[in-house]
Design a binder for this molecule. Structure first.
Ligand code: SAM
Length: 261
């Protein structure tokens, strides 16, 4: 399968080694951990981490005793992930998973759907995840919110430029994200309700949707909350209380959707 060279180039620069380990990225990291810890089967489960990047989640999942196989199209990511204790990693694409039917207890797609701008490709990736999971297992997918780009642009100040405003308004219509961070990120942002149709078309009806960061990722002092263990727990608890509130789903930067096969 062909991967967009711009996406490959973006990831080959190595940003995924640190993205979730500092600043606001830590909120996405802790909240993803929080939701996964509650929905995944107890260890040792067979987990397929599709688009697992450098293994930021594979690492703690393997440390908890899960059997983790990571698949990612970026060779740098696979090399880094393969160094982690208990993590097997190989090159592959979410649209054509190199695994047999029913292999896993759960398949995680924490990122590939950001980079598949064609709906047919996203549904194909979800179908592949469903095929790879045993009956009764789980498919968990992450999405960028359609509204994250405009929020981020105001937060970072890029929105003051007319040219950026045109891009952010375009994202509201098309879902196509061109990051204002000058880091070359290109992605696709979902309306929360769009997730339901894509899951249904992949044979995964009625997923549970979770907003990960709520509005907290946009608070100027969010780092202070994350730096202090006690305050971080309070913030995570607040986000947990609000995670399934339909009127707040789109304000999160990222969403998770979880369906049982
Ligand atoms: C934002 S990163 C997320 C990494 C990690 N899962 C996490 O949650 O931090 C997105 C990941 O999706 C991968 N990816 C992009 N297109 C993909 C595709 N077609 N199939 C599988 N993975 C893909 C990228 O290589 C990258 O590792």
């Amino acid at each position: 399968m062909i991967m967009d060279p711009a996406v490959m180039g973006y990831y080959e620069r190595g940003g995924e080694l640190t993205r979730l380990r500092h600043g606001r990225g830590r909120l996405e990291y802790w909240r993803t951990r929080d939701v996964l810890s509650r929905v995944l089967p107890p260890a040792p489960a067979r987990l397929l981490d599709v688009g697992g990047g450098t293994g930021v989640h594979a690492e703690w999942l393997a440390a908890r005793g899960h059997d983790v196989e990571l698949i990612d199209p970026v060779p740098l990511h696979v090399r880094e992930a393969a160094k982690l204790p208990g993590v097997r990693a190989r090159v592959g694409d979410a649209r054509e998973l190199p695994v047999e039917d029913g292999r896993a207890d759960a398949a995680l797609l924490l990122g590939p759907l950001y980079h598949l701008p064609e709906r047919a490709d996203r549904v194909r990736a979800l179908r592949e995840a469903r095929r790879a999971v045993r009956p009764g297992g789980l498919v968990v997918a992450a999405f960028i919110s359609r509204y994250a780009a405009i929020h981020d642009s105001v937060y970072l100040g890029g929105f003051l430029l007319e040219e950026r405003r045109a891009i952010e308004y375009g994202t509201l219509d098309t879902g196509l994200i061109i990051s204002s961070r000058k880091d070359g990120f290109r992605g696709y942002g979902h309306h929360p309700d769009e997730i339901l149709g894509e899951f249904a078309d992949a044979g995964l009806p009625e997923p549970q949707r979770y907003g990960l960061e709520c509005a907290f990722w946009l608070y100027g002092d969010v780092d202070d909350w994350l730096d202090d263990d006690g305050r971080r727990e309070l913030l995570l608890d607040a986000a947990r209380r609000l995670e399934c509130e339909p009127s707040l789903l789109g304000v999160s930067g990222h969403l998770l959707a979880v369906a049982r096969v």
